[in-house]
Design a protein around this ligand. Structure first.
Ligand code: GLU
Length: 469
């Protein structure tokens, strides 16, 4: 069975790159009818943060990604790690090292001076016929793994191919500190093995950890999972993605008016492709995703594309869903009479739900002010007369108006009859109805507001002389 996992360290909020890793693992598990597990790597107590942890759960909830089974917390697995450390010691595959931190610092200093890479000198590594030094009384030992000294450690990577590390480049690294705390690579390997993880998809910043994890797998006789180390996400200039480039915490995207399916669609394409298809529903992603199609070069974050996807998903959302989102944003249009045409009209013109909210506000609320630039340009001495005739025309036709098309037809006749140019009529009406000149088509706004409200707003604008009071 394919079992994948997402293993965040809750030291910061869930970053968009982290969500991509989670998504790829999720898709691969679901595609194979497998399981997607969640493991919280919270052993670093100093940097561990409860708020960050709940932000991870909230982000998963928001995008609708569900993990399978129980969540594993590394902080609750100490006994398990201890058991394997003892087993490795007992089997002679790990050993206690009494070299002090000061001695190690000196060795490191010397290596730097000799322009060599620092490597533990194996003083305490037991070998046949080797006499170990006298155990010092006042030093608490660390536990080191006996790493192979010859040959190669090969990471068989599904994206990068075989990545070979010389075994002598991996020293006898520490698996338990002098206070008994197990170290990072040790616990990751133990957890992945015990959780039955078959496929590990993660950022290629972890590639250098993998040979160490393989050493642990081998020492304990565990099966090595399939590894896929994914290239990182860069900004448009090929540099590491930062907040300035739009690399926000996942929940910030929610606040900024993005829909979760736009985020997931954006992320799935960020480093993976299926021909030149751009739009993927979650079901399609599950059906089509294969980590072997992950690009081997890094991808770049394109904010415009994200906006484009978001506008696509907003346009394709129905009134009910958008009404709910607007309600969450504090804009309750549940009781607005012409909700459907209002939403249909506005969703075509926005890139985010925040823009949708603003546009809807501009239409459903009576204008508090009139854009003075527009007023100076479009309100002339004879505008009031024209608007009054327009009001008369609407009043006369009121009972025959059944669609925005009807309004369009009678308005065109009105324009012809009075020998007007379109902006001459439309801009004063837009200003009267919304206070702005940039609103959607006049017929549509009139239809959405209804004839009575339209007339009322035009009358108010005339009586105020299009002045903001
Ligand atoms: N906890 C690690 C991180 O947040 C991931 C470990 C892994 O995927 O092996 O980067």
């Amino acid at each position: 069975m394919t079992i994948t996992r997402f293993a965040p360290s809750p030291t910061g909020y869930l970053h968009i790159g982290g969500l991509r890793t989670a998504l790829y693992n999720y898709l691969w598990a679901k595609k194979n009818d497998g399981e997607f597990k969640l493991r919280i790597e919270d052993t670093d107590k100093k940097r561990h943060n409860e708020t960050a942890l709940s932000a991870i759960f909230d982000a998963f909830d928001w995008v609708g990604m569900k993990h399978d089974g129980k969540i594993e917390f590394q902080s609750q697995r100490t006994k398990i790690y201890q058991k394997y450390i003892n087993q490795l010691l007992k089997d002679g595959k790990a050993y206690k090292c009494y070299k002090t931190k000061d001695q190690l610092a000196k060795d490191r200093e010397e290596a730097i001076q000799n322009k060599q890479t620092f490597k533990y000198d194996e003083t305490w590594r037991p070998e046949v016929d080797k006499c170990l030094p006298q155990i010092p009384q006042d030093v608490k030992p660390v536990v080191r793994i006996k790493s192979p000294k010859t040959g190669q450690i090969i990471v068989r990577d599904g994206i990068k191919g075989d990545v070979k590390f010389e075994a002598n480049e991996v020293d006898d690294f520490i698996i338990a500190r002098d206070d008994g705390e197990p170290t990072y690579n040790f616990v990751v390997a133990i957890d992945d093995a015990l959780m039955g993880i078959s496929d590990v998809l993660r950022g290629d910043d972890h590639l250098s950890n993998t040979p160490k994890q393989i050493v642990i797998y081998d020492a304990l006789g565990f099966d090595i999972p399939n590894f896929y180390h994914m290239p990182m996400i860069n900004n448009q200039n090929g540099k590491k993605l930062s907040k300035r480039d739009g690399a926000l915490d996942v929940l910030d995207y929610k606040t900024q008016g993005y829909l979760p399916e736009a985020i997931l669609n954006f992320l799935v394409r960020l480093g993976w492709s299926y021909g030149d298809q751009e739009i993927f529903s979650i079901d399609e992603m599950i059906q089509l995703f294969d980590p072997k199609d992950i690009n081997s070069s890094s991808s770049s974050f394109n904010q415009d594309k994200l906006l484009w996807l978001n506008s696509f998903y907003i346009k394709n959302s129905d009134t009910k869903r958008l009404t709910n989102i607007l309600k969450e944003l504090g804009e309750d249009i549940t009781n607005f009479k012409n909700k459907d045409p209002l939403i249909d009209l506005c969703k075509q013109r926005v890139n985010t739900t925040i823009e949708l909210q603003q546009l809807i506000k501009d239409i459903i609320n009576k204008p508090k002010s009139y854009d003075q630039k527009g007023v100076n340009k479009f309100i002339k001495n004879d505008t009031d007369d024209m608007l009054n005739s327009f009001i008369d025309m609407l009043t006369q036709n009121k009972n025959n108006i059944n669609s925005s098309q009807d309004i369009q037809d009678i308005t065109k006749l009105f324009i012809e009859k009075h020998g007007l140019k379109f902006p001459q009529l439309f801009q004063p009406i837009r200003l009267s109805l919304t206070g702005k000149t940039t609103a959607p088509a006049v017929y549509d706004i009139v239809w959405v507001l209804g004839i009575d409200e339209t007339i009322c707003r035009i009358k108010t604008a005339i009586s105020k002389g299009f002045k903001t009071t």
